[in-house]
Structures are given as structure tokens and as C-alpha cells.
Design a protein around this ligand. Structure first.
Ligand code: G4F
Length: 346
């Protein structure tokens, strides 16, 4: 929208409102929402046919890797066949020579990695139902580019985080817990594999790169990453530090614990982070590090715009403010209940 685009998004009907992350856009001129679902071809054809878009960004997916082990069929339907539904909708509406398509591909394709760092030439070895479904999406985009000459690209994005990241992905789970623990609203954080390594970047920077991919003369696929890697443990250490808590790690494997070494007196010496096997995956991808040289060279994209420390700080600051707001709202509700009970307010 900052680029002056008219933006049409699709949403799914739900009995509860999940639109918190786009609430600030609703009602703005140039922003439109349509009911449609990647599992429903006709709904996609109808939206594409009525909007006749110049560019499509297919970011829709069942995107949680651990959940894909519990819901593999749904994941395949949306993340694999869903891509075909978008491509075919564009063809059915005779827009294949006009509409450019971005497909959200993923570093999870490298899975049980065969080389470090990973670039556009690194062999794929998907290691979850999610990654296998996404592999289909990647190849079908390539196929439609070659078979029909369509301008469609895959961005092989490494983990991209922000203040709006879903609360069950590890970074946001950590920043929210650090803020809650620091403000006395949570006792402990349970995590899975603390030694897992990721190349974490800022979603805002990555979205700019998605757009750049659709502005080139020729369509192509690109790795988008920072080229810097950290463990889950390092992310947690830094997030708690920004929340005013210094962690000391003790023990190993499932017995590892993050103990408060310094911070608010009520927390010092307490175990604030522990490992729970509930968050282990049947197969886990543990060593992702991207090589963004091609995106830097061909798109002029800067992979170091927002550094790791800055990303963690932004996320913690946002959650500290969010938790403080929730605390204040809860206090007002408690006071109000008390005043109503005592008859102070009617
Ligand atoms: O934050 P995560 O759940 O992200 P994951 O699996 O890397 O996937 C995300 O990034 C991909 C891009 O590379 C996207 F394609 C995908 O849609 C999604 O956005 O987990 C990161 C790592 C994993 O190794 C996981 O085992 O953190 C480890 N981890 C340790 N404890 C945990 C936890 N992950 C989660 N979600 N929750 C934990 O408690």
C-alpha cells in the first residue's frame, strides 16, 4: 500500500475474528478483502476474474511445520494443490501473459541439509509434510514458467520474523514469554530443541524483496536470507536480556534450563526456561543458513538492513508494550468489577 497499489486480499470465514494483524488497514481506501479459500478453486477464479490483478503474492499456507505432522493432508491440499489453483485461476481468466505471480517458497525445502550455507543450487531434502507440500509448489511454479511462459517466481525465504509473527513460532513465543515473565504475568517458558539453528531476518525487509522479484525483466527464483545464523538458545538469551533478565544455561538436552542470573529480585535464581518434549518434532530441520548473494547481485537487495540484534529488540519492545497494555486493561477490568460490586459505579 505504501507503493500506491490497490490491494486485494483473501480471507476465510471463521466464527472468531482472526484479523488483528490487518485491523489497521481495514477501511483504508485501496484496501479490499474478499472471501475465498485456497482449498476452493471456484472462489479463487472468481476473485482473480473480478479483480484482474497485475501481481499476485501467494503467501497463504498452513505454515506451521510441527502442525503439518498432525494435519498432513490439509497441509498438502493448501500448500501444494493450492498453488495449482492459483496458477490455473490465472490461466482460466486469460491473464497468464499479464499477471505476475510470487510464490512463497521456503528454506524448509533444504530440510535435512546437504550443504551449508544453502543457495539456489543446493539440493533439496524436505524433512516434514509441510516441506514436501511446499516442494510441489516450488516445482509447479517452475513448470508453469517453462510450459506457458508465465511470469511466476519462487522466493526461497529463510525465517522472517516481526512484531506480527504468530505466537506459536519460536521467536514470538520467546519474546512474548520474556515480556510476560519480566512483568510478572507468566512463570516459565517451555521450548523444544534449543540448539536448532536458523537464519532469522525481518519480515518487512523480505517483503520488499518479494516485490523486487516481480519487477525484473525475467522471472527467476531467489534465496532470501541474511547469511547469519543463531541458535534458539541465543535468541532466547538476547530476548530475555532486552526484557531486563540475564539467563544462565545449565544442564544438557531435555534437562537444559535457563536460570535467572540477574534481573528483578523476585526472579533471580528461578528457572525461567525449560525444555519440553511436546515441542520436539518427529524430524527437525536444525541447520539453516542462507546465501543471499544472488538476490544482492541481481535485485540490489540488502540482506543486512535489519540485523539480528535489532530484530530481537524490536520484537521484545513491542511485546513489552503489548503486555503492559494487557496488564493495564486487566487492572481496569478488576477495578471496575470491584467498584460495581461496592456500588461505587452503577
Ligand atoms: O519458529 P519455528 O516454528 O519455524 P520453522 O519451523 O523454522 O518454520 C518457519 O520458517 C520457515 C522458513 O524457513 C517457513 F517456511 C515456515 O512456514 C515457518 O514460518 O521453529 C524454528 C526452530 C525449529 O527447529 C524448532 O524445532 O525452533 C525450534 N523450536 C524449539 N522450541 C521451536 C520451539 N519451535 C516452535 N515453534 N516452538 C518451540 O517451542
Amino acid at each position: 500500500m505504501e507503493k500506491g497499489y490497490e490491494v486485494h486480499g483473501i480471507i476465510r470465514r471463521s466464527s472468531v475474528d482472526f484479523r488483528e494483524r490487518i485491523a489497521h488497514l481495514e477501511g483504508r481506501p485501496g484496501f479490499h478483502l474478499h472471501y475465498a479459500d485456497l482449498g476452493d478453486s471456484m472462489s479463487i477464479v472468481k476473485v482473480v476474474g473480478s479483480v484482474r490483478p497485475d501481481e499476485i503474492y501467494n503467501l497463504a499456507a498452513q505454515s506451521h511445520v510441527q502442525v503439518s505432522f498432525d494435519a498432513p493432508e490439509f497441509t498438502a491440499d493448501v500448500d501444494a494443490v493450492g498453488v495449482i489453483r492459483v496458477l490455473e485461476a490465472v490461466r482460466a481468466c486469460h491473464l497468464e501473459q499479464h499477471c505476475r505471480i510470487y510464490q512463497a517458497s521456503t528454506s524448509e525445502l533444504y530440510g535435512k541439509v546437504e550443504a551449508v550455507p544453502q543457495n539456489e543450487e543446493t539440493p533439496f531434502h524436505p524433512y516434514s509434510p509441510y516441506a514436501v507440500a511446499k516442494l510441489y509448489g516450488y516445482w509447479i511454479v517452475k513448470e508453469y514458467r517453462e510450459a506457458y511462459g508465465m511470469y511466476c517466481c519462487s522466493g526461497i525465504l529463510f525465517n522472517h520474523e516481526s512484531e506480527r509473527r504468530g505466537e506459536t513460532f519460536v521467536t514470538r513465543k520467546i519474546t512474548l514469554a520474556a515480556a510476560r515473565i519480566a512483568q510478572g504475568h507468566q512463570e516459565k517458558l517451555f521450548l523444544g530443541n534449543l540448539s536448532s539453528r536458523r537464519d532469522w531476518g525481518y519480515a518487512r525487509d523480505y517483503v520488499e524483496c518479494m516485490w523486487l522479484m516481480l519487477q525484473q525483466e525475467q522471472p527467476d527464483d531467489y534465496v532470501i536470507a541474511t547469511g547469519v545464523q543463531h541458535t534458539v538458545r541465543e535468541f532466547a538469551t538476547l530476548a530475555f536480556r532486552y526484557a531486563g533478565i540475564e539467563l544462565r544455561w545449565e544442564g544438557e538436552g531435555a534437562d537444559e534450563k535457563g536460570v535467572c542470573a540477574a534481573g528483578p529480585a523476585r526472579l533471580v535464581g528461578k528457572v525461567l526456561v525449560a525444555v519440553s518434549p511436546d515441542f520436539y518434532r518427529p524430524t527437525d530441520v536444525v541447520n539453516l543458513l542462507g546465501d543471499p548473494s544472488k538476490a544482492r547481485r541481481c535485485l540490489g537487495w540488502n540482506p543486512s538492513k535489519t540485523r539480528f540484534e535489532e530484530l530481537v529488540r524490536l520484537m521484545v519492545e513491542s511485546d513489552m508494550a503489548k503486555v503492559a497494555g494487557e496488564g493495564a486493561a486487566a487492572k481496569i477490568r478488576t477495578n471496575l468489577a470491584e467498584y460495581l460490586e461496592k456500588g461505587i459505579v452503577k
